[in-house]
Ligand binder design. Structure first.
Ligand code: ATP
Ligand code: MG
Length: 444
């Protein structure tokens, strides 16, 4: 359902533009989602005949984001509304962006938009939908169709190929055959688009609820080979049937993505972690004594995952978390054999919720054995925060006051005190001091 407050504010923006004598309507993805009765996570895009300078003059709070393209962000009630002047995009020369734009009317503005389902306008006063591109029919048929000739449109802006996948995947639509054929023919040209734009679209595919389908469509159109060849390489990489009755690494990864689609914890690191957790299996696969093995795939996978995150221009925080998830995705299997202190240190790590969710998704995409996941979940509940990260009993300052000479040994001493706390062998300051006397005699 629509967000009523955002819609009311959007209507106000439109009303003010109209009162000043301009045409103004809702447009694009917002209209599409509204007609589908879908949750709208963004505020409405607005299209208008007003020029950017008129828009800025009418509203006290605006941000100029792409004024040469006729786009101004209007801030109303704390929410951002993208107000775009009706325009036609003139010559595209580099497959990424138009060299110039021309301000026009609504009808021509519809023609420069990417897909028919994204090319409709909604007049909020009359409730009328203005559809010059056949968007309504395509919404009913649930198809993503380029406006105009698909080859021409993808030649103008090659990112539209990945956007087509995103809309098909998140909306559960098919890609109209001619549009899909053009994608298949032009996939190898996606490289002219900036990695950041590609990365953003891929992440939106992974987080949009249709990650499995999205990756399958990228593969079917040949785009996956261009943007994530490491995933395409998973095809046909066989694994042991006992752990992986589902099939090869490609099948397993697709099932893991379906797990992300169902997960209540759909974060960017979790989604990328699920996509990449076995990314090194193709390069680590080895037959030893008749068995298929993947020694070192967690460590090597962490390196490859970090590289991929950097390539897709993800933040350092995301890249670090994803690499950590990949590196640790099998560690929980050892949890029952860990000493209590080690287990607590494992479970208190910052990304543990994402890691355990990845472990669950990984198991459910394989033989379904949740033993270790459940063990960790139970221990996490049993310990609680305080017990896993107890207040310090002694500090570095205490050690100095006790006459220890500062140095690298301090870390070892304080670690041993914490270890004893986590093991439950000491709980008070006096016990900690006794441990120091016993195990760490001062060297004067
Ligand atoms: P979302 O729901 O993900 O925001 P959206 O359709 O609103 O999807 P946006 O990227 O927000 O997508 O763009 C808003 C509108 O601008 C689109 O609906 C489409 O009409 C147009 N548009 C965006 N990107 C392009 C593009 N690369 N080529 C042509 N038209 C585009
Ligand atoms: Mg949008």
């Amino acid at each position: 359902m629509a967000n009523p407050e955002a819609e009311r504010l959007g209507r106000e923006v439109i009303a003010r533009l109209r009162a000043a004598g301009h045409e103004a309507m809702f447009v694009g993805g917002w209209v599409r989602d509204r007609l589908l009765g879908r949750e709208q996570d963004t505020t409405g895009d607005i299209a208008t005949s007003a020029r950017p300078e008129d828009v800025r003059a009418l509203f006290p709070r605006t941000v100029a984001v792409g004024e040469q393209f006729g786009v101004v962000i209007v801030i109303e009630g704390g929410l951002p509304f993208e107000v775009a002047t009706f325009r036609a995009d003139d010559a595209y020369v580099d497959g990424r962006r138009p060299t110039s734009v021309r301000f026009t009317g609504a009808r021509e503005d519809a023609q420069r938009r990417d897909f028919t389902i994204n090319g409709m306008f909604l007049d909020p006063e009359s409730g009328e939908v203005l559809d010059w591109v056949g968007g309504r029919e395509d919404l009913e048929r649930r198809v993503v169709r380029a406006i105009g000739d698909p080859r021409t449109r993808f030649t103008e802006d090659k990112l539209r190929m990945i956007r087509a996948v995103r809309f098909a995947a998140t909306l559960g639509f098919t890609i109209e055959p001619e549009t899909a054929a053009a994608m298949g023919a032009m996939a190898s040209e996606i490289g002219v688009v900036s990695r950041e734009r590609i990365g953003d679209e891929i992440v939106r595919i992974l987080l949009g609820g249709g990650a499995r389908r999205g990756i399958e469509l990228l593969s079917a159109t040949g785009l996956l080979l261009e943007v994530l060849p490491e995933i395409e390489a998973m095809k046909g990489v066989e694994q042991g049937r006992e752990h992986h009755p589902e099939g090869d690494v490609w099948m397993h990864t697709r099932l893991a993505l379906a797990g992300v689609d169902r997960s209540p914890l759909r974060t960017e690191p979790l989604a990328l972690g699920a996509l990449l957790h076995d990314v090194a299996k193709p390069v680590c696969a080895e037959r030893r004594e008749g068995k298929i093995t993947f020694y070192g795939h967690c460590e090597r996978g962490a390196e490859i995952a970090a590289e991929i995150c950097r390539r897709l221009r993800r933040s350092n925080a995301v890249a670090d978390r994803v690499a950590w998830l990949v590196e640790n995705h099998l560690r929980h299997v050892n949890a029952p054999n860990m000493r209590v202190a080690t287990l607590k240190r494992f479970l208190r790590q910052e990304g543990i919720e994402e890691l355990l969710e990845l472990c669950r998704i990984d198991a459910e995409a394989a033989n379904g054995d949740l033993t270790w996941f459940e063990f960790c979940r139970a221990k996490l509940g049993e310990f609680g925060r305080e017990e896993m990260k107890p207040a310090r009993l002694v500090s570095g300052g205490d050690l100095i006051a006790l006459g220890y000479r500062p140095g690298p040994r301090f870390k070892q001493i304080l670690g041993a005190v914490e270890e004893a706390q986590l093991e439950g062998t000491i709980a008070s300051r006096d016990e900690a001091l006794a441990l120091l006397r016993d195990r760490f005699p001062r060297v004067d």
